[in-house]
Design a protein. Structure first.
Length: 752
């Protein structure tokens, strides 16, 4: 062991202190940089979250417009299919206002101007009623929806139906002396964009900005065409002012940047400082000196894009209108951000640290460095079994030296035990990792039922679905089909690399071991090499013994067990017996059992339920080492079973039937919306009704019917869309004005 001189050790210690101080400065600079960048990323993430919430809230305002337009179109076209036989009192109340015009200037009782629109038109009234009675009645029938639209949409100015037959029904009611039908209306966008040649798909459309002739300011119109069968009749439209949009953009981060809304034509719909008009466009909203055109916007709602002059923006394409929400803000320079992140206190602390290092140097050497060096030498001697007295050290260190001597003595006695325990832990870790592979066990009850083909189809599907993971196919305990001339015929090959991308396992050399131990040893051997495993086995007549000896050790690994139905088992007795015996050995929450029929005889009827069925083909048992293509009908069944292996995670949304705590509503729109959302994300959803109570802080116990929308998904999709589900629940909570919304994931309740 090297003998250190005090001066030599002090010199090294001084260097260490210098290096330490330099390292502290370097690490501090790195940490400041990381903190600044992290703060920037956090602020951008916070910006994106706030922007997304604001954009979704705005989108939800607009979706009410589209929903109401859909309802108007649906009610109108449904009315036209089953019109009234008798004229309503509205028809009788129509009156001519001159030789060429008529209007509903006097609203008949029990109706009033608050719940009726004024229908005005051009033509001789008697002729108009005779030719267009059903359409006039349909227009009057929309009055209820017109009134509810104005009440539910804060900035709705006018709601009206414009007919190609020279009349218009407009709400709120306004005297014909102030407004009446004119052929000029047909030149407006709210009518032109709904014509069949301009809107063949009959979709909702939005107009550009225009100034309301009645003096209600700048507004836009959303409209939808009305048809009677294939005949275009007119458009139903909602005019709403832009004041509500201005309120949204003014409240969003007013001290940091500007949020504004533009339409497809680039017109400015809302801005915190600029009033919208026909001539104000996107270029008027961006700061001077920034070269940005509308077509270059990245509008995914999640990307914060950098601009010149230290500006950045985020953009969102609305889903329910051809509009874009854009937020632009100026960010501080990096050095300014860095200084604001650490502040003056950090600089003072860093200077004090340098002084403290110098003061502590001598004390540290006397009380710690020298005793520590002696302790290291003592540990070294004990490590090589040298018994030598320790150097003289401060009294507080003496017990440490004695304890080191005692500990090393005990350590020598425990080394063997530690090695043994370490080996056991290693084996346990390896064993735990082996539970991850996808393991499909194909159980056939008779030779020639197509189990070899089904197994290789499973292997082909698993290999192609995840090419980064190795897949193997094997037959056990007898690999007859693999060795025969009539099957895959891999002969003496230990592992055959099949052209379809999976291995065919033919190595059953497990040594001289008891028959009951072979299954466990085989799985231990194959789990070390493969992530996807397909094993085919034929059950002999002694079912219980065969399961106990060969299959029971495999069940703990299997995620799916496919039992092949014998072609002559029409009653299902034999198949059901085997399924029941297998069920006694498996956990239902970890392994699923399926029955699969390879239909050889098309006319035979089976008297029991079968999970899956595939059509028999002549080549079902003729797969070889050559590359093969799985039949579409067979592939569809195999893909469904593989999909079910992973689709075990459950998501449940609880949709209330009240709004604003305890006011009843028709929740069918929100249920449909939730089902569409889960269907798009996870492939499908179902809904059911239940009844429950919850304790409101404001209203006490609330008893209501709830709709439960449920979807099942894989772990990958659950992880990928979990945040989207939370955001969706938040949007529903906002729309329904709830204190909280319930979400259940894998039977665990979450209150949002």
């Amino acid at each position: 062991m090297e003998q250190f001189e005090t001066r030599q050790f002090t010199s090294r210690y001084n260097k260490i202190m210098l290096y330490t101080f330099s390292a502290v400065l370097l690490v501090s600079a790195i940490l400041i940089t990381i903190q600044t960048l992290s703060k920037k990323n956090f602020e951008n993430k916070e910006l994106v979250d706030q922007f997304k919430t604001e954009s979704i809230a705005l989108d939800n305002l607009i979706v009410r417009v589209t929903v109401l337009l859909d309802m108007m179109q649906s009610d109108a076209e449904a009315f036209l299919k089953n019109p009234r036989s008798n004229a309503s009192i509205y028809i009788d109340a129509l009156d001519e206002i001159d030789e060429q015009h008529y209007a509903l200037d006097t609203v008949p009782k029990p109706f009033n101007e608050a719940n009726s629109g004024n229908l005005s038109g051009k033509g001789v009234l008697s002729n108009v009623i005779l030719a267009n009675k059903d359409e006039l009645e349909m227009s009057f029938n929309l009055n209820g929806l017109f009134a509810s639209t104005v009440n539910s949409i804060p900035n709705a100015a006018w709601v009206y139906y414009t007919s190609k037959n020279d009349f218009i029904n407009i709400y709120p009611w306004v005297s014909s002396s102030e407004f009446k039908f004119s052929n000029k209306l047909y030149n407006k966008e709210f009518y032109q964009l709904g014509l069949p040649e301009n809107n063949p798909n009959k979709r909702i459309f939005w107009t550009s900005i225009y100034k309301d002739e009645a003096g209600k300011g700048m507004m836009v119109t959303a409209a939808k065409p009305i048809y009677r069968d294939s005949e275009f009749l007119g458009t139903v439209a909602i005019d709403f002012t832009l004041e509500e949009l201005a309120g949204y953009v003014q409240e969003f981060r007013p001290d940091k940047g500007k949020l504004f809304i533009i339409n497809t034509q680039g017109q400015l719909l809302a801005h915190p400082e600029i009033s919208p008009s026909v001539d104000v466009h996107f270029s008027n909203a961006i700061p001077q000196g920034i070269d940005l055109v509308k077509s270059e916007l990245v509008c995914d709602g999640t990307t914060v894009s950098s601009l010149k002059s230290n500006y950045q923006y985020v953009c969102y394409q609305m889903q329910n209108a051809p509009w874009q929400a854009v937020y632009i803000e100026k960010t501080p320079y990096f050095l300014v951000s860095a200084f604001s992140s650490v502040g003056l206190v950090f600089i003072i602390l860093l200077s004090a640290l340098g002084v403290l290092l110098v003061i502590m140097k001598k004390i540290t050497f006397r009380e710690f460095i020298f005793p520590a060096e002696s302790l290291v030498q003592h540990i070294f001697r004990q490590g090589v079994s040298e018994n030598e007295s320790a150097n003289k050290v401060p009294t507080p260190w003496t017990p440490w030296f004695l304890k080191i001597t005692e500990t090393f003595e005990q350590n020598r006695n425990l080394i063997d035990e530690i090695k043994q325990k370490n080996s056991e832990l290693t084996d346990l870790n390896i064993s735990l990792e082996r539970y991850m592979p996808k393991f499909v066990l194909v159980v056939s009850l008779e030779p020639g039922c197509g189990a070899t083909t089904v197994g290789t189809c499973f292997a082909d599907t698993l290999a192609k679905s995840d090419k980064d993971k190795k897949t193997v196919y094997m037959e056990y305990p007898q690999n007859q089909a693999l060795a025969s001339d009539d099957g895959l015929s891999i002969g003496s090959q230990t592992i055959h690399k099949h052209l379809n991308g999976f291995d065919v396992w033919n190595d059953f050399d497990l040594g001289e071991v008891p028959e009951s131990a072979k299954s466990s040893l085989l799985m231990t051997k194959i789990l070390n090499q493969y992530s996807n495993i397909v094993l085919n086995t034929i059950v002999n007549d002694e079912v219980d013994d065969f399961i106990d000896v060969y299959l029971e050790p495999l069940f703990r690994y299997a995620k799916a067990i496919v039992v092949m139905v014998p072609s002559d088992d029409t009653s299902g007795d034999r198949t059901s017996e085997v399924v029941r015996k297998i069920q006694r050995h498996v956990r239902q929450d970890q392994t699923t059992i399926y029955t699969l029929l390879n239909r050889i005889k098309n006319q035979v009827e089976y008297q029991f339920p079968i999970d899956f069925e595939i059509p028999f083909t002549q080549s079902i048992m003729k797969f070889s080492k050559d590359e093969f293509q799985v039949d579409d009908e067979v592939s569809e069944v195999i893909h469904e079973i593989v999909d079910r292996i992973e689709r075990v995670h459950q998501i449940s949304m609880f949709i209330p039937t009240t709004i604003d705590v305890d006011k009843p509503i028709d929740a069918s729109i929100y249920v449909d919306k939730a089902m569409v959302f889960l269907g798009e994300k996870f492939g499908g959803a179902t809904s059911s009704q239940a009844r429950g109570v919850w304790n409101s802080d404001d209203s006490g116990i609330v008893n209501e019917v709830v709709h439960i929308v449920v979807s099942y998904t894989t772990e990958d999709d659950l992880n990928r869309f979990a945040n989207d589900v939370i955001e969706f629940i938040k949007s529903l909570k906002h729309e329904l004005k709830q204190e909280a919304m319930a979400l259940e994931i894998n039977k665990k309740m979450i209150l949002v």
